[in-house]
Ligand binder design. Structure first.
Ligand SMILES: [Zn+2]
Length: 414
């Protein structure tokens, strides 16, 4: 995961750009991505795919020709999607187009204006004092052109075509935790799931934020009914505890499983309602007319967000692995859960059927075997039973499976 991040983090992965396309090609060498191209200008529901953008050179000079800012020094020095300009401007005009972050004065902010055409630069707040004099030369050689928005898709077919979609965005140039960390975890999860036999079909989407999701879904509306659940992943490398943002529905099986896994696997985590923790592509997937229940898993908030301090030094492979395992555990539960339905009458003769659980082996399970046996009526899934009784999913799953193997229950979908 760190290799992917180190190789891609400093590139110009602007919304629709060669850098974003190259990043998807790179990931396509790790997992077999199908690349969707949606041409600029395409109407996508109430949106239109914007033009492709690139920048060649950008700088600011004082009246003596001294460079006060140069894009060569850092990709964030330019407002993403800035208009070109080649002009001498007053200090007042320049200041209206210089973006800085007083709360983090030593860092360059990440700023963008995709839909509101403007020119601009981004700079460390504590460098503004170097802008002396009344006139400045500003030069931006940027280009807008026809191209295509790109979405990377990888599908792993399961027993059913009911699909769980995992989404990450990749449109933040020179940013690591937001957004490459989520992409790196997503790619690693895809590699793991591709080696397993899965019940659900899994779809992985790597795309530019919001417009990528809108473009993909509006051009592939027929897949929407197949999407059962979704997970949005990002900001998984910083040192904060995890944050679970619930689906818009708020009480789906996925919400309950995610919460239960986090409670069992983590020392602490934060939880919030839909759009109350972070804002990403879940607004599209779980939004009007689509409404696929989508949770988000992150480690929001973190102080380096959307600045040049969001670089590899603030994340660790250990935390990425912890997040990956957490999400894999959620998927394992949702993928293997089923509803057992009793075929026996009377309490099962446990020792005679080899279903007795010795308290020395598993005290919790031993105490609950009658309670489990009373819940095999076909109206509760294995996860429901484990959750109600406060038991580990895996313990209940393995125990109920013994009933199944002895022909005492049948399996129905959860
Ligand atoms: Zn962001």
């Amino acid at each position: 995961m760190m290799k992917l991040i180190e190789d891609l983090w400093f590139s110009r992965r602007d919304l629709i750009s060669d850098g974003l396309d190259r990043s998807l090609e790179y990931i396509g060498r790790i997992i077999p991505l199908k690349i969707h191209s949606i041409p600029c200008g395409t109407k996508c529901w109430t949106w239109t795919v914007p033009e492709k953008w690139s920048v060649n050179e950008a700088y600011i000079e004082d009246s003596k020709g001294k460079r006060l800012l140069d894009l060569k020094d850092h990709p964030l020095h330019i407002l993403s999607y800035s208009l070109p300009i080649d002009r001498v401007v007053s200090k007042e005009e320049l200041m209206a187009h210089l973006h800085s972050n007083p709360k983090r004065p030593g860092a360059i902010p990440f700023e963008f204006k995709y839909y509101e055409k403007d020119w601009g630069f981004c700079i460390e707040h504590n460098k503004l004092k170097n802008f002396k004099g009344s006139e400045f030369k500003v030069f931006i050689d940027s280009k807008f052109e026809k191209g295509s928005l790109k979405v990377g898709e990888y599908t792993i077919k399961g027993e059913t075509d009911k699909t769980i979609v995992l989404v990450g965005h990749i449109c933040h140039p020179a940013q690591v935790n937001d957004d490459l960390a989520g992409v790196a975890v997503l790619v690693d999860i895809a590699k793991d799931l591709s080696k397993r036999k899965n019940h659900f079909t899994y779809k992985f989407l790597i795309l530019p934020e919001t417009i990528g999701s809108i473009a993909y879904l509006s051009q592939n509306e027929k897949i929407i009914p197949k999407l059962k659940y979704g997970l949005f992943l990002e900001m998984l490398g910083n040192s904060n505890v995890h944050a679970l943002q619930l689906t818009r529905q708020g009480n789906t099986r996925l919400d309950r499983i995610a919460r239960s896994v986090m409670k069992r696997k983590l020392k602490g985590f934060n939880e919030g309602a839909f759009r109350k923790v972070v804002g990403n592509d879940e607004m599209v997937f779980n939004g009007p007319g689509v409404n696929v229940p989508m949770i988000s898993v992150s480690r929001w908030p973190y102080p380096e967000y959307h600045t040049s301090d969001d670089n590899p030094s603030i994340i660790s492979e250990k935390r990425l692995i912890e997040s990956k395992n957490l999400v894999l555990e959620m998927l394992k539960v949702i993928d293997s859960d089923y509803t057992p339905k009793r075929k026996f009458k009377g309490p099962v003769f446990l020792s005679g059927c080899d279903l007795w659980v010795d308290w020395r082996e598993n005290r919790e399970l031993n105490r609950n075997i009658e309670q489990i046996m009373l819940r095999l009526e076909g109206d509760q899934s294995v996860f429901d039973i484990a959750e109600e009784l406060g038991l580990e999913f895996e313990d209940v799953f393995n125990y109920v499976n013994k009933f199944y193997k002895k022909g005492l229950v049948e399996k129905n979908p959860a």
